[in-house]
Design a protein around this ligand. Structure first.
Ligand code: SAM
Length: 284
């Protein structure tokens, strides 16, 4: 989420249940209006339920779909994994792109989002499935199981295409390292992973110093935190370490990097707020 620093700090300081409630109440009048006037279609959640970030839910999803196709080579018959499926921002545009040969699996640690997606998306599109997994995350769901030891509930070499938008930006290194290994395991040889990060490199470090609104003041070796108390609030990874020590160590290769405008790069020259990496599981 992009908000002024003090507001963001306050927001993160709230326990997750309160944050969800505050959002629900804040948007209640406009959600009621949109619902009663028929301005919201059935695949768009009420704003008060979208705990996953701000901005235009449908337009952002459509933009991501274009990137999956243009940058990642996604095809209608692919089998897709969406890790951290949230409120279905990625799944909704995929419902009109994947054909009957294609299929989608999403999982997330927030049960309310998974419930909404099953009710609104899976009922209409049975080749789309969502699972709740009770793992912990100090921003979204404190006190659950350990993501650093979690085995994805899918067979080896099951997927053509894996997606993680704004998920590793909320996970700590041991968790990310485990997920990268799991992604390699469940991707077919030659399969692609589209993933976003906040990449800490010389340029983003220099730009960040002049950016009081969105920065990572707390260094922790190869990664940096935005908030000391809620560690998963936003996490940036030192790019060189991430590439060699985590991505390549997991048996994946980086094929493309598209840097985002989060540290203060020219917005028009960037594809997205976050940095995008395209990873591939090598053929052998
Ligand atoms: C900023 S939201 C992004 C959601 C979605 N990917 C999107 O782009 O709209 C981050 C999501 O990651 C989920 N998440 C956090 N930790 C996770 C974990 N260990 N495994 C799977 N999902 C996780 C959160 O519950 C939340 O839905």
């Amino acid at each position: 989420m992009k908000q002024p620093t003090s507001l963001r700090k306050l927001y993160y300081a709230l326990p997750p249940a309160w944050r969800f409630l505050a959002r629900r109440l804040y948007y209640l009048p406009s959600d009621l209006y949109d619902g009663l006037s028929g301005r919201r279609d059935e695949l768009t959640p009420p704003k008060g339920l979208i705990y996953t970030g701000s901005g235009d839910f449908r337009a952002q999803g459509e933009k991501m779909l274009r990137y999956f196709i243009e940058l990642g080579g996604l095809r209608p018959g692919h089998r897709v994994l969406d890790v951290g499926s949230g409120m279905g921002r990625i799944a909704v545009p995929l419902t009109r792109y994947l054909d009957e040969q294609g299929s989608y699996e999403g999982f997330d640690v927030v049960e309310s989002g998974v419930r909404w997606c099953n009710r609104r998306i899976s009922r209409r599109f049975p080749n789309f499935r969502f699972q709740f997994i009770g793992l912990g995350n100090d921003l979204y769901r404190p006190g659950g199981g350990n993501a650093a030891a979690f085995r994805f509930p899918y067979a080896d070499e099951d997927f053509d295409f894996a997606i993680l938008t704004s998920v590793f930006t909320h996970m700590l290194p041991e968790e990310v390292a485990n997920y990268l290994k799991e992604i390699r395991r469940v991707l077919k040889p030659g399969g692609v992973c589209f993933v976003t990060f906040f990449l800490w490199n010389r340029e983003s470090e220099a730009l960040s110093q002049a950016n009081p609104v969105f920065n990572f003041p707390f260094g922790r070796g190869h990664y940096r935190l935005m908030d000391e108390n809620v560690q998963s609030a936003n996490v940036a990874y030192e790019e060189a370490y991430l590439r060699a020590g985590m991505i390549e160590a997991a048996g994946l290769s980086v094929e493309q990097a598209h840097y985002g405008y989060w540290p203060g790069r020219d917005k028009e020259a960037c594809r997205d707020f976050q940095d995008i990496l395209l990873l591939r599981r090598p053929l052998s």
